[in-house]
Design a protein around this ligand. Structure first.
Ligand code: 6PG
Length: 509
């Protein structure tokens, strides 16, 4: 490719697997693109892979920047964290006001909010964009979740819509909202991904240890599921993993030689953390994050297995019936995983004013990304019908799918628990459902306990205001009246040294 200094329409910083493959994807769609990496080997790799394509790699940042048409559009695909800030600091002096900088990594949304504000103040356009689909997605069609500077996205739209995965002719990319909306949505995507991966792992455990199935039969079961309503990228790769023999030709699966200690880069944990902050329960994602952590305690697990063995037993019941129930249980739990993620997105949209369109998110998740699945069409339809749907489970079609798969869910959790098989994600999905369909929870007792030991007050059904009770004859407050407890009703003159506020969390008694 010529070295004419303004030949390239787009630049990529970071020529790792994702960066190189996105550039090759762009080149396949007719865009002349430049790449930059300090590591000569990565630049050489790009040269080899991009032979005959309008692609050029640089190790010199200045030459890289100068090769890109202005206003420049440059994307960073580097590990989340301080590296992103140091790359920005290195590139800024080389860029001109009006240039566009895109962070395509899995940055934490609060970092993206900060960077967007900082760079806008310096005259640059910046936006965070989640990119999902791994190496294959980057090369042949990812799902992309941009947010933030809408004007800058409009400039990039033709490139990203060209390289995105397409479903029913629609590109799996759309501007999702202001600020860090894109990175927030990607984070939740990853949280759902963790939940689905844990559910598949627990299914594997039930098939192998609960039903005593051989690896080949397990792989066939996953393949069968993937041919039906459970069709998904994760099941698709799982069936392949069950077909992948050890390279040394002994006929065994590579899977059986892989350590059972799961790792994580952290996006699932972030999802759980933010969900707690927003008080949006996502117990199946939480269970998945915890199980990745628990799996790391290998020595302790081996020790406890000796103390509390024997290993979990077989599931009781007819095997074919249990397999049918397990398919239902997985479908049910998959619904709960997505429902939890969508509810979190709705809460975040309110809190952070992202104005998220949940139908659009479901639509661009139907292809290219790790959590793509047939069920996403149901989610898309549900929110397309009503974007203000407060919860996915309120949709009539989803209600029907949930209720019809609930019997299998209950049977599987019951059988697994009875056999001592660990199914935290399955169990959490079922209890999430049962709790949300319980009009009166036993949480009133928690309120009474909190008021008993901490005078944290409580509210009464059908009455305004907050109340406190002296639950015992003992005087819990030096100035409180002795004797039977008096409920602190609204407008009751406060007991000396106390004050009452409408907000129960503020009443000091
Ligand atoms: C994707 C993936 C990707 C993520 C990997 C590893 O959407 O393509 O989610 O972004 O980095 O899944 O994530 P963990 O190491 O946290 O499992």
């Amino acid at each position: 490719m010529s070295d004419n200094p303004t030949d390239y329409a787009f630049g990529m910083i970071g020529l790792g697997t994702m960066g190189r493959n996105m550039l090759l994807n762009m080149a396949d769609h007719g865009f002349a693109v430049a790449g930059y990496d300090k590591n000569q080997k990565q630049v050489d790799l790009l040269g080899q892979e991009g032979q005959g394509k309008p692609v050029k790699g640089f190790t010199d940042p200045k030459a890289f920047v100068q090769s890109i048409k202005t206003p420049r559009a440059i994307m960073m695909l580097v590990p989340a964290g301080p590296i992103v800030d140091s790359v920005i600091a290195e590139m800024l002096p080389l860029l001109a006001a009006g240039d566009i900088l895109i962070d395509g990594g899995n940055s934490h949304f609060t970092d993206t909010e900060r960077r967007a504000k900082d760079l806008a103040g310096k005259g640059f356009h910046f936006f965070g964009m989640g990119v999902s689909g791994g190496e294959e997605g980057a090369r042949f069609g990812p799902s992309m979740m941009p947010g933030g500077d809408k004007e800058a996205y409009q400039t990039m739209k033709p490139v990203f819509e060209a390289i995105a995965a397409h479903v029913d002719g629609a590109p799996c990319v759309a501007w999702l909202g202001p600020g860090a909306a894109g990175h927030f949505v990607k984070m939740v995507h990853n949280g759902i991904e963790y939940g689905l991966m844990e559910l598949i792992a627990e299914t594997y455990g039930l098939l192998k240890n609960g039903l005593g199935m051989a690896d080949e039969a397990i792989g066939q079961e996953f393949a069968k599921w993937n041919d039906g309503r459970l069709q998904s990228f994760l099941l698709d790769i799982t069936k392949d993993i069950f077909a992948f023999k050890n390279p040394d030709g002994d006929g065994t699966l590579l899977l059986n030689d892989i350590k059972d200690e799961a790792r994580a880069k952290g996006t699932g944990k972030w999802t759980s953390q933010v969900a707690m902050d927003l008080q949006a329960p996502i117990p199946t994602v939480d269970a998945a994050v915890s199980m990745r952590d628990l799996s790391k305690y290998k020595d302790l697990r081996v020790e406890l297995a000796k103390l509390y063995g024997p290993e979990a037993g077989h599931l009781q019941g007819d095997k074919n019936e249990l397999l049918k129930q397990l398919e239902q249980a997985f479908y049910f739990s998959m619904i709960m995983s997505y429902a939890q993620g969508m509810h979190l997105l709705a809460k975040a949209s309110e809190e952070y004013k992202y104005d998220l369109q949940l139908a659009t998110i479901a639509k661009i998740w139907r292809g290219g990304c790790i959590i793509r699945s047939a069920f996403l069409n149901e989610i898309y339809n549900a929110f397309e019908k009503d974007n203000n749907l407060a919860h996915l489970l309120l949709d009539s079609k989803v209600q029907e799918l949930t209720q019809s798969s609930a019997p299998g869910m209950r049977a599987v959790v019951a059988a697994a628990v009875a056999a001592g098989q660990a199914v935290p994600a399955y169990a959490s999905a079922l209890s999430y459902f049962d709790a949300f369909r319980t009009a009166r929870l036993p949480s009133n007792l928690i309120q009474a306990q909190r008021d008993y030991f901490g005078a944290h007050t409580y509210e009464l059904v059908g009455q305004e205001g907050v109340f406190h009770t002296q639950w015992t004859g003992k005087r819990s407050h030096p100035d409180a009246p002795a004797g039977p407890a008096a409920n602190l009703k609204p407008n009751t003159p406060p007991v000396p040294n106390t004050k009452q506020s409408e907000d129960p969390s503020k009443a000091k008694l």
